[in-house]
Design a protein around this ligand. Sequence first.
Ligand code: IPM
Ligand code: MG
Length: 370
Amino acid sequence: MPTTLKISVLSGDGIGPEIMTEAIELLSRCAALDGFEVAITEALVGGAAIDATGKALPDETLARCEASDAILFGAVGGPKWERLPPSEQPERAALLRLRKHFSLFANLRPALCLPELAAASPLRPDLVEGGFEILCIRELTGGLYFGQPKETRVEKGEKIAVDTMVYRESEIERIARLAFEIARLRQRKIVSVDKANVLENSLLWRNVVNRVAAEYSDVELTHLLVDNAAMQFIRAPKSFDVVVTENLFGDILSDELAMLTGSIGMLPSASLGTGDRGAYRFGLYEPSGGTAPDIAGKGIANPIAQILSTAMMLRHSFHLEVAARRIEAAVHRAIASGLRTRDIWSEGMQLASTREMGSEIRSNLAGGPF
Ligand code: IPM
Ligand code: MG
């Protein structure tokens, strides 16, 4: 009996459905090549779910996710739902809730600049020549996003807004440990990013990371303050390997890293928790780029982040390393062939629609994983 992968597909809003279509077609092609089966349940999420049911994360959707081994997520949000009370908006009510509900504390965002895409990077050619890959590991369920109290109240006749930054030792320790384990599979170099010259949270962060580091003497650890890190990424992107940081810093820095690779349309992500499901590890996989309402529905979005997120799902949730590499290799070949969506296009390259890029990648799957 072939393995059956139970996947909830939550396409959401904006470019979500367009890029998801490409990923799903690719997944079924991959299943045929690598001998697994896929059982997909599609469910409503985000603005689309609000329009249909009044809620960004309907109970029905959550129940389907519960019954799956992984969630393949598109994107949520858009101008249409921005006037709702903040707690009902798609980002908070669906995405953040899913992250918290499934304790998805570790967000892996590999910012990959393929050598062929160096020209798409806004950086000077000599800084990105030969490409690079920086893995940003972002803590995803703590910090300012979730700390309580979180409110706006009136004091002395004016409004005052409060967000609370909280980290427990155990939360820092588990993300640090994961970062060190992953670094061991790579170049054994970690940069931990904090703001220890100002924040109590960062002092604790740095202490705990140092304590964990003592168990990994084979991995080189450096601490950078977040403002300096933002600068060093631009100055010398090729000198980085693994970056680990707290939730808000990771949100900001991962967008910067994505842009250094040429486009946020290239950045996949995996959000992992503690929960194993038998042989599988539950996770949520999403492109980091969001709904891009300005280009939604035009068929020009880059499907690569969604496709690479699918590869991450096969690797991290289903341990199908060969299939994951097959997808990554197919993406690489499609890029090498000169095809480019608008976001990564440069002089002399062939402009492709979402559909054309997806189909070129699919046709390269049979070429094998390497
Ligand atoms: C991301 C996004 C989300 C975040 C938003 C949509 C809530 O920017 O995944 O990076 O801030 O985490
Ligand atoms: Mg973000």
